[in-house]
Design a binder for this molecule. Structure first.
Ligand code: NAD
Length: 276
């Protein structure tokens, strides 16, 4: 029988855990029994997620602050260690990231590169560095990083974002090899087309006919935060006990289709968009 609470008694940290994909992850991990320590830069989103979790019978601790700041990372670690008498951390979900501002590489500045590094990659290193010793001490842990399918394929106008997200994947694999024998697993998801604050339906559709979604996504719809959260839960729980160093695209089939587009009339596919 499937365990309805695979994370019962465990402590899970989620960065950017108030809204979007992170909001879905916090809520689902709490439903799976974890005490969720959720960080968010926005107090309103953090409180809304904590309220939902409490109303569903779960437990959440909020740490409001910018995850790019070392001071926030220190508070997050302290809050997680104080969340239970055992002072344990079982799960870390490094979720924060942003493709904006996007521009061609030639137009981008050194400040843009530093900003993209800070929001997409640097905090993943810093938070992991702060939490890993506790996991190793406990002899167990699961780290789930959130990258993007744009690290797997070329994306126009976002080469720096793409590069730092590819770094997340490389970091995931190498760290998994380093810490496997200490009981810690490290995996990664690569989302595409999530309906979130960063990429709302309206921005993705930009006035186009919603029926065209089937042209871009083999499963025929955009993803909801819970679609990504379910895969994170799998990687966070013992259901994936023998999985480490891997990347799971959560994309409705877009990387499998890569370059193929469903024709607008729904009759077949083309790799020549002018024939769509
Ligand atoms: N939306 C997509 O289609 C998509 C696609 C591929 C990858 N991703 C990746 O998934 C992750 C989540 O994306 P999303 O669309 O849910 O994002 P989002 O912007 O919709 O939500 C992010 C959450 O993190 C919080 N946050 C933002 N900056 C923060 C900071 N500096 N410190 C702490 N909290 C912060 C926000 O307040 C919000 O609650 C990102 O790493 C993103 O790159 C998203």
């Amino acid at each position: 029988m499937l365990n309805p609470e695979p994370l019962a008694g465990r402590v899970a940290i989620v960065t950017g855990g108030g809204a979007g994909i992170g909001g879905g992850v916090s809520r689902l991990l709490a439903r799976a029994g974890a005490v969720v320590v959720l960080n968010d830069i926005d107090a309103g989103y953090a409180e809304a997620a904590a309220k939902d979790i409490a109303e569903a019978g779960g437990r959440a601790v909020t740490v409001v602050g910018d995850i790019r700041e070392p001071e926030t990372v220190a508070r997050l670690r302290d809050a997680a260690l104080a969340a239970t008498p055992e002072g344990r951390v079982d799960v870390l979900v490094n979720n924060v990231g942003d493709y904006r501002p996007s521009s061609t590489f030639l137009r981008s500045t050194e400040e843009d590169w530093a900003a993209s590094h800070a929001i997409n990659f640097e905090h993943v290193l810093r938070v992991t560095h702060a939490i890993l010793p506790t996991m190793i001490e406990g002899g167990a842990g699961s780290i789930v990083n959130v990258s993007t399918v744009e690290a797997l394929r070329g994306i126009p106008g976002c080469p720096v974002y793409s590069a730092y997200n590819a770094a997340i994947i490389a970091f995931t694999k190498s760290l998994a090899v380093d810490v496997g024998r200490k009981g810690v697993r490290v995996n990664c998801i690569a989302p595409d087309l999530a309906q979130t604050l960063q990429t709302p339906y309206e921005a993705m559709l930009r006035g186009r006919d919603p029926k065209l979604i089937g042209s871009w996504v083999p499963l025929g719809r955009f993803g909801e935060p819970e679609d990504y959260a379910r895969v994170v839960l799998f990687l966070a729980s013992d259901d994936s006990a023998f999985v480490t160093g891997h990347l799971i695209p959560v994309d409705g089939g877009t990387t499998a289709a890569s370059g193929w587009y469903g024709k607008a009339d729904g009759r077949g596919w083309t790799n020549l968009p002018d024939q769509a």
